[in-house]
Design a protein around this ligand. Sequence first.
Ligand SMILES: [Zn+2]
Length: 197
Amino acid sequence: MLTKSELEFLNSQGLDASQVFDAKGRAPIEVKDEAKRLGKKIILGVPCAAAGHRLRTRYGHCAQCNPAHLGYQNRASVQGDVYIAVSPSLRWTKVGSTTNRDQRFAKLNFDAYGTAHDWKPVFWVTTEQSGKIELDVHRSLRRYSVEATYVKDGKPQVSRECFSCSAVVAMNAVVESIRRGRYRTSGQWMDQRYQWK
Ligand SMILES: [Zn+2]
């Protein structure tokens, strides 16, 4: 039986209870092959010494103390936010994904995508598979794609995240991708002051 915080941790890593193997007191090393065969990424084992966590990697590391040990997971599967930002000066829409929304939004204008400094977020949704959804939406908006250059670490970069379409078109593409993949979402926001049309 998993606790609420264990379930929340799994969710934050794009995993769920079906990926947990209960070691029932045995050491991770004894059960790791069996867990792997069953496709289980997490072993429910004896509590870790540091904090009493029970979720371990198949190598026996505490997954909760250091989620980086779950490094074999695809980054795209991690829960995060898919967001839409608009630049009124360019009339462009940007679709991105992030696992640190506040930091990402603070950096939008710092990076000056497409040389614009007026990017503002108008929509985000917290969802599993955020990286995958982002790529899916970029594909479906391809006909609106515009190449934006920006400077990162002193070097010019080309961004493929900008589109010459309205935010509504981009938002519909995000919603459609989530619906098609039946991904679970856990919150969303849209700027009510923005002229959605
Ligand atoms: Zn721990």
